[in-house]
Ligand binder design. Structure first.
Ligand code: SAM
Length: 222
């Protein structure tokens, strides 16, 4: 582990770094637009880290956060335990994204990942796609926000992204190809204005397979 990785693995340092780079308006945009969910929705946050997104769902949705780092999960629980009520209180489980508990607790109206896919190798992303595809409700949505290599990005953005702790940052086609092995209707869009520094994020979305209507090719949606 490098000194930088060791520093970032400390809760306070990581949070200070994130708060410095991510303006509150961007956090709102991510939660209220990109990871939007209707009241009463069942929501799965895979690789939830410190549970930064949980407050947006508390008291409104059935939110489940999964992360394999016990330290992060402990912080997530502590920060969110007082929010919501009954089954609308955010719940956190320490597990790998591939753990059977993910399927046992489904289905979900929204399955989202914030900055997790670039920590997973190609096989892990394919497995994850196959695992979550059947867990989406009929009108459900899969969404992931990831750093991306983009031909139009500034060199500083590219260098920052290349220095990320995650070893599997891809271009848009790289993420989409892997996810499309199991998730139909994968779309993506690049955002270059979420951080206070030059950076490129990719919002990747997918919807569950729908039944083909007569005369309509399989996989098309209205
Ligand atoms: C960059 S952090 C993002 C945390 C959170 N989603 C956010 O946006 O604040 C990536 C998170 O993914 C988690 N993670 C990575 N690989 C995982 C895996 N295989 N299973 C569960 N969690 C994983 C890490 O522990 C870490 O909390």
């Amino acid at each position: 582990m490098t000194i930088r990785e060791r520093l970032l693995s400390q809760t306070l340092v990581y949070k200070a770094f994130k708060n410095l780079l991510l303006p509150p308006a961007s956090l709102r945009r991510i939660t209220e637009e990109m990871f939007a969910a209707d009241d009463g929705a069942s929501v799965l946050d895979l690789g939830c880290g410190y549970g930064d997104y949980a407050p947006w769902f508390a008291g409104r949705c059935r939110y489940l956060g999964i992360d394999h780092n016990p330290g992060y999960l402990e912080t997530a629980r502590r920060r969110n335990a007082h929010l919501g009520h009954g089954e609308l209180t955010p719940e956190f489980i320490c597990a790998d994204v591939s753990d059977p508990v993910v399927a046992e607790r489904g289905p979900y109206d929204l399955i989202f990942l914030g900055g997790v896919l670039h920590h997973l190798d190609d096989d892990q992303v394919r497995t994850l796609a196959a695992q979550v595809a059947p867990l989406l409700t009929e009108k459900g949505r899969f969404a992931a926000l990831e750093p991306v290599f983009d031909p139009d990005q500034r060199l500083t953005a590219r260098l920052l992204i290349a220095s990320d702790r995650g070893r599997y940052v891809r271009d848009a086609a790289g993420y989409a190809t892997l996810l499309s092995t199991a998730l139909p209707h994968v779309t993506s869009e690049v955002y270059g204005d979420l951080l206070r520094v030059p950076y490129s994020h990719l919002l990747i979305e997918a919807r569950p397979q729908t039944e083909a209507r007569p005369g309509e090719p399989v996989g098309d949606r209205p």
